[in-house]
Write a protein that binds this ligand. Structure first.
Ligand code: HEM
Length: 494
């Protein structure tokens, strides 16, 4: 059974959720947030534009001493950023001791940053956020070097390769969902259970362990992986024992040692897991990854795939429970493809799922923002940005703009279907997978994984809210996470 349900661990988990003080759980902070949102902060100029350039200066503020706008941002997420957009326009600076940055808001600003022809925006903006833990992952590389690596990695995401991954994903998902998840239990928490499931899937699909084998090693690596992933959210952002950053670096070393050994094993082996595939893929010119490249790419890939898919599945589970008519539409499609082993062709028939997945990604965008850094002085929508400025685009906020989306707060998957196709109102109206050269390479993989898990779940259970009208609250300190773990009741269908 998942640790979140067995009594001791379940109680500990609940206690941790309630008692760990965060900007979302400390009583009274709701009122503080409201006051801060109403306040008019004194604005200053980030940098004077060069005389005669005709560019406008970027204005900004520092918020509260030391913590800047953390309270509003961590509690409100994209809703807070929407207020900033309404008040100050598409380009606004926020000073912060942790990461000062210019927000590039609205679809035009997103487009200018993602599709910038002059190559003014580098991935270096991500370095202070997750750099030491995901060093030289694909997303951290720039320009020519990035293209070189991306071309080789692309070979690990062809349709044939994806078919191999789907087979692995399905084996793990159908077993866990059917055998390990407790039915009729209002204590069941969907988010941690899905986190565990997607990690189980990763140990087979990414690391190449047969399901249920090498348990001790897999557990150790999964723990190291979880610590590494969490380290980017550390408040003390330097290596001081025993704090998060320090633990993250130690855990990264465990992952490096593990993957270094595994690369040696898999170089001469055959297999359809991602690690073995990366050991063999080459681009059209015969270029291949070095051992060190594979280690760095694997650590990043696992991170990139894990929380994003978990988040989407959790959101989808919630909305399907809250909107039973959509759950039924999805289940009818699932009935049509039945209980046999899944393949890509079968998953492609789940078209209602596509609408619901998109609507879930719109309403709770797993990676609501993307970070860049200017490599030279440049301009963004006529505003002057000096070299070295961190720039943050906010697809998660664009997904809530009433000028792009009809009734944006409403769960309405049909908006993605023709003839409405609201996502086509602007090239960057909908960008949960980013855009431009760094657009998510695992987009189709993620969609296939989500469909596989949800198909298995809906064939087995009816998803119900824990009480009528239940609405989750999210912590936006990193990726959006439901604060209470998202209780959902699984009612067996037969
Ligand atoms: C619903 C699931 C997912 C979402 C919402 C998502 C979102 C994103 C976004 C927004 C980016 C762009 C970041 C930027 O521009 O800085 C990105 C990049 C990336 N994603 Fe995903 N992702 C998902 C699943 C996956 C999966 C399953 C994998 C791997 C199997 C993956 C691997 C990557 C990689 C390697 C990059 C970097 C691409 C590059 O820099 O060229 N992602 N993802």
């Amino acid at each position: 059974m998942p640790t979140t349900i067995s009594t001791k661990d379940y109680l500990l988990d609940q206690a941790k959720r309630r008692l760990t003080p965060t900007l979302n759980t400390i009583p009274g902070l709701g009122l503080v947030e409201k006051r801060l949102n109403e306040r008019d902060w004194k604005q200053f100029v980030l940098a004077e534009p060069p005389p005669g350039s005709g560019l406008k200066p970027v204005l900004g503020d520092a918020g509260l001493p030391i913590i800047g706008h953390m309270i509003e941002a961590f509690r409100g997420g994209p809703d807070y950023v929407l207020q900033v957009y309404r008040k100050y326009g598409p380009v606004h600076y926020a000073y912060s001791p942790a990461l000062s940055s210019v927000s590039a808001l609205g679809p035009d600003a997103t487009q200018e940053v993602f599709s910038n022809k002059r190559k003014d925006y580098s991935q270096k903006g991500w370095h202070p956020v997750i750099g030491p833990f995901f060093n030289r992952g694909l997303m951290m590389l720039d320009f020519e070097e990035h293209m070189f690596h991306r071309r080789i990695m692309q070979e690990a995401f062809t349709r044939t390769r994806l078919s191999g991954y789907v087979e692995h994903i399905d084996k793990v998902a159908s077993k866990v969902v059917a055998e390990d998840w407790p039915a009729n239990d209002p204590r069941f928490l969907l988010h941690p259970a899905l986190k565990e499931l997607t990690l189980d899937i990763a140990s087979v699909v990414f690391m190449g362990h047969e399901p249920g084998t090498d348990k001790e090693l897999v557990t150790k690596i999964n723990e190291a992986f979880a610590i590494t992933t969490r380290a980017g959210g550390a408040i003390i952002r330097t290596s001081v024992p025993p704090f998060k950053w320090w633990r993250g670096l130690k855990a990264r070393k465990v992952l490096e040692d593990y993957f270094e050994k595994r690369v040696q094993e898999r170089r001469n082996a055959t297999g359809t897991d991602m690690l073995t595939v990366l050991c063999h893929t080459e681009d059209e010119d015969g270029n291949r990854f070095s051992d060190v490249d594979i280690v760095n790419h694997m650590i990043f890939l696992m991170m990139a795939a894990h929380d994003t898919s978990t988040s989407t599945l959790t959101t989808m589970g919630y909305y399907l429970a809250a909107y039973p008519e959509w759950q039924e539409r999805c289940r009818e499609e699932s009935e049509r493809i039945g209980d046999g082993p899944l393949d890509i062709e079968a998953l492609e028939k789940l078209e209602t799922y596509d609408l619901v997945i998109n609507e879930s990604l719109r309403l709770v965008t797993p990676l609501p923002f993307n970070v860049r850094q200017t490599v030279r002085d440049t301009d963004l929508l006529g505003y002057y940005l000096p070299a070295g400025t961190n720039v943050v685009t906010w697809p998660g906020m664009n997904h809530r703009l009433p000028e792009l989306w009809t009734d944006p707060e409403k769960f309405d998957p049909e908006r993605f279907a023709e003839p409405r196709a609201e996502h086509k109102r602007h090239r960057y109206a909908f960008a949960p997978f980013g855009g431009g050269a760094h657009k998510c390479i695992g987009m189709v993989f993620g969609q296939l994984e989500i469909k596989t898990v949800m198909h298995r779940l809906l064939r087995q259970y009816r998803l119900e809210l824990v009480r009528p009208g239940y609405k989750p609250r999210y912590d936006y300190a990193g990726m959006p996470v439901p604060i209470d773990g998202m209780p959902i009741v699984l009612r067996p269908l037969r």
